[in-house]
Design a protein around this ligand. Sequence first.
Ligand SMILES: [Zn+2]
Length: 151
Amino acid sequence: MEKTLRISKIRDGTVIDHVPSGKGIRVIGVLGVHEDVNYTVSVAIHVPSNKMGFKDVIKIENRFLDRNELDMISLIAPNATISIIRNYEISEKFQVDLPSRLVGVIKCKNQNCITNTHEPVESEFEIVSKHPLVIRCVYCERTMGERDIFS
Ligand SMILES: [Zn+2]
């Protein structure tokens, strides 16, 4: 247990814990949090952690994550823990799971790739390496690293 609770409890929503320190902002980026959203997001950066030294923690009120969002988070924070909060209680807790293939989540960098044309083909990537992160398009074989994926 952490000694101090940095962010107040939320009634309903999602807590993303054990995000590597410094990656919290990137997680916020892939979740598409911007000024027009109708929910509250709290980010604690550089929180002391027994397990990790330091970590980032994100709390999102009244919002739950879909499969694609969890896949994106797993790319940034492979050991992140997701807690679903309902009525102040943890109703579900699990670790993100980096899938072996990412379908329809990421856009291929290759403009000529079939997934970027008008063909009804969903993007699909296989994971080449987790550390550092490298993925490869199964259609055009373009490889992409963390910087390509999240820019
Ligand atoms: Zn491609």
